[in-house]
Design a protein around this ligand. Structure first.
Ligand code: SAH
Ligand code: AVI
Length: 332
């Protein structure tokens, strides 16, 4: 019976009873605040979580199928190759809690490797995409209770309906790289609280590597990543009565060596004025909006970050080309 799987809200238990439209209104209000303040400041920026409405989530899925976008392919291969070994460390977990679950496609590999898992709790901001993914997953694993939560994983303070017992967290795709180091640390501290004593955490982390491989992954020839980035402006038009001409902005991806991260911008191709809600924003030619960072870590760098958030590194698995890593952490 997959049809009764509709997401409830991660933020607060009270909000779980709020109707869908109220949730959506709250998310639109948060988007409006972020866009109006982000376009008013210098440098201009809009947080990357707003890339993921239903259109953005579908475009991200298209990215994951690109030849140039190695992270999904390599992480899937790592889960396939090391699933049994991972399971040896974490068998006994009753529930699996996934942060930024997206399509949950890779998760099936982990679920299949684990014995005795009873409950899967995917958390994501992208409401419709989450509901569809949860239904698909429940159909695929009929014995598993699937309990999706809609909301910002940085704000989740409680896991509604989570059974007692051991919890395993899963944060795949290197979404942790989209957070600043401080945010990543705060996220890990909060996740420790959610997963509880004895909890374990499996995290996919993209590794530092040659720019020949890195840059095309974030600026593919087919323009899929550009479409994903530009959806931020299209979403402003759809939800905030904006009039961005998306043909007059260009996707730009560069590697910031000092920060160890890909930075993504939308660059204005002309001097132009844009209306959002009742405000006007003036762009000079070449002026940019920063929409995303994607931090890359060496294995020891990530282990140091995890340790600073009181997670003990247990094991790290990497592929033969050192493109991507899977880290297993445990709470002391
Ligand atoms: N884990 C999947 C999806 C990665 S894309 C994979 O590896 O393929 C990043 C996912 O995180 C998207 O589904 C997006 O909606 C979600 N996301 C991004 N920021 C979020 C936030 N602050 N809170 C909850 N979900 C978030
Ligand atoms: C979801 N996240 C880990 C992706 C990344 O690689 O940073 C988002 C993305 N942005 C452009 N391409 C992929």
């Amino acid at each position: 019976m997959a049809s009764d799987i509709s997401p409830s809200v991660a933020e607060s238990p009270k909000a779980a009873s709020a109707p869908k439209s109220a949730r959506r209104e709250a998310e639109t209000a948060a988007f409006a605040d972020a866009v109006l303040s982000g376009l008013a400041r210098r440098p201009r920026s809009i947080p990357s979580r707003f890339l993921y409405d239903a259109v953005g989530s579908a475009l991200f899925e298209d990215i994951t199928r690109l030849e140039a976008y190695y992270p999904t392919r390599v992480e899937t291969a790592l889960l396939d190759r090391f699933g049994a070994e991972i399971a040896q460390h974490v068998n006994g977990a009753d529930s699996l809690v996934e942060f930024g679950s997206g399509s949950s496609r890779k998760t099936s590999l982990l679920i299949e490797a684990l014995d005795g898992l009873e409950t899967y709790i995917p958390i994501d901001v992208s409401e419709e995409f989450l509901a569809e993914a949860a239904e698909r997953l429940a159909d695929k694993h009929p014995g598993l209770a699937v309990k999706p939560l809609v909301g910002d994983f940085m704000q989740a303070r409680t896991l509604l309906d989570a059974p007692r017992g051991q919890k395993l967290g899963f944060f795949s795709g290197s979404t942790i790289g989209n957070l600043s180091h401080d945010e990543a640390k705060a996220f890990l501290v909060n996740a420790a609280h959610l997963l509880g004593p004895g909890g374990a955490f499996l995290i996919g982390v993209d590794l530092k590597k040659s720019l020949d491989i890195l840059l095309p992954a974030y600026d593919d020839d087919e323009g899929v990543t550009a479409a994903f980035s530009l959806n931020m402006l299209a979403r402003v038009n759809r939800e905030l009565d904006g009039n961005f001409d998306t043909t007059r902005f260009a996707h730009q991806a560069l590697y910031n060596e000092r920060e160890g991260r890909i930075e993504i911008y939308l660059e204005s191709l002309a001097a132009q004025k844009v209306q959002v809600l009742d405000r006007t924003f003036v762009f000079a030619e070449g002026e940019r909006i920063h929409t995303e960072n994607s931090h890359k870590y060496s294995v020891p760098e990530f282990q140091a970050l995890a340790s600073a958030a009181r997670w003990q590194p247990v094991e790290a698995w990497t592929d033969d080309e050192d493109l991507f890593s899977l880290h297993l952490l445990r709470l002391a």
